[in-house]
Design a protein around this ligand. Structure first.
Ligand code: HEC
Ligand code: HEC
Ligand code: HEC
Length: 298
């Protein structure tokens, strides 16, 4: 396994051991140094590591590929395995053989698609399955399928979530949003502007600086409208936008403005909190956390 040790916690570096027995002290210090330098990488390996995905996988996903080829090969494998299992149960060697051939063909494609994973795919089991299916030995077919399934699971344990996250989760790094000058900024910049607008409303209303609070609230609306224009880059249908930035959110923002106009600090604080939950936190639950984790993979 090629591992990226992101949280390489070195054991005891910078710690000077104190030994009452000065006579043996030097020996223990040397032993300690030797041991920790040997032990550290092992601990890091057992601990938090993120496996590295083979670079070759990218060519089997959008945008490099037109289709999500790797994923669809996986769906095919699952379907073919089910067919084999069903025909073994129905004691139909003919059809079990037909589906075994397809299954084995797809299995052999895996290391061809991702040569770095040559050792992760047990092709000798595929050969056994092929032979068993050819000879019509359904019991042997069944055993081979069980062993191959263990192989599926072990690769999945290590890589499945990572691949889904890296190649199929939404990527916000290239989504543009318009700025004040009619140019473009990225999501991260817009988010930090949004956060400042929200906090300015909070600070100014607490300090009874109502004009400033009103200006910040108007600013918040402008920023949210621009954010709303970006959803269509990925969502062709209205519901996701409606859920986060639709009439419920507009209602809360109207309530906020009303409270600010009436100079009601407590009520405006309450409305601001509601807006932060139904607009910011709700979208972050869907999009931000995943986006942040995804960015750790590069
Ligand atoms: C060498 C590694 C590897 C092996 C071996 C492997 N897979 Fe996968 N599989 C993956 C990866 C990586 C994904 C994640 C793909 C994605 O989400 O885009 C995946 C995803 C899947 C999925 C999609 C799950 C879902 O519902 O989203 C199915 C089904 C699947 N594999 C079936 C199988 C079967 C059946 C086998 C064994 C016959 C198998 N895989 C063997 C790497 C492997
Ligand atoms: C980079 C692509 C991308 C952008 C930009 C994007 N989303 Fe999404 N969003 C997705 C994907 C992919 C899903 C999961 C599948 C689906 O629902 O389409 C999702 C799911 C959601 C969901 C949960 C599922 C649902 O339909 O209710 C909400 C809510 C949502 N997005 C809101 C938004 C809002 C609001 C915006 C704009 C401010 C936005 N998204 C911008 C890609 C994106
Ligand atoms: C599309 C749904 C969506 C909505 C609505 C949303 N955010 Fe975000 N937010 C994101 C995404 C995606 C990121 C990660 C952006 C990145 O790092 O590129 C993010 C990141 C952030 C960050 C961290 C920025 C940084 O410097 O890394 C802050 C702060 C933030 N959002 C504040 C807010 C506030 C305040 C609101 C509500 C007024 C809000 N967001 C509404 C999706 C959303």
């Amino acid at each position: 396994m090629k591992a990226l040790t992101r949280h390489d916690r070195s054991l005891g570096s910078g710690v000077t051991p104190v030994f009452p027995d000065q006579g043996r002290g030097w020996l223990i210090v040397i032993l300690f140094t030797l041991l920790t330098s040997v032990v550290t990488p092992v601990i890091a390996d057992e601990g938090k590591t993120i496996s590295r995905l083979p670079d070759s996988l990218a060519q089997w996903y959008k945008p490099v590929n037109k289709r999500q080829v790797w994923l669809h090969t996986m769906f095919a494998l699952r379907r073919e395995r089910q067919a084999i299992e069903e025909y073994v149960e129905l004691k139909n060697p003919e059809l079990a053989r037909k589906w075994s051939e397809r299954f084995v063909k797809h299995l052999r494609q895996l290391p061809e698609m991702a040569p770095e994973w040559e050792d992760e795919v047990e092709l000798k089991e595929a050969l056994r399955l092929e032979r068993a299916a050819l000879s019509g030995d359904l019991e042997a077919v069944s055993k081979a399928i069980a062993r191959i399934s263990r192989n599926c699971r072990s690769c999945h344990r290590e890589y499945r979530a990572l691949a889904a996250m890296r190649f199929r989760s939404p990527d916000f790094s290239q989504i543009p949003v318009s700025d004040d000058q009619g140019g473009e900024i990225g999501y991260a910049q817009l988010m930090s502007d949004l956060s400042r607008a929200i906090n300015r409303i909070k600070i100014a209303s607490e300090d009874q600086r109502w004009k400033r609070a009103n200006q910040a609230s108007a600013r918040l609306r402008v920023l949210l409208r621009r954010l709303g224009e970006s959803c269509i880059a990925c969502h062709k249908d209205p519901p996701p936008h409606e859920r986060i930035l639709g009439s419920a959110s507009q209602g809360v923002l109207d309530g906020l403005d009303e409270a600010l106009q009436k100079r009601q600090a407590e009520l405006s604080g309450k409305k601001l909190g509601e807006a932060a939950v139904i607009i910011c936190a709700r979208c972050h639950g869907v999009h931000r956390t995943l986006n942040d984790v995804r960015s750790l993979l590069y």
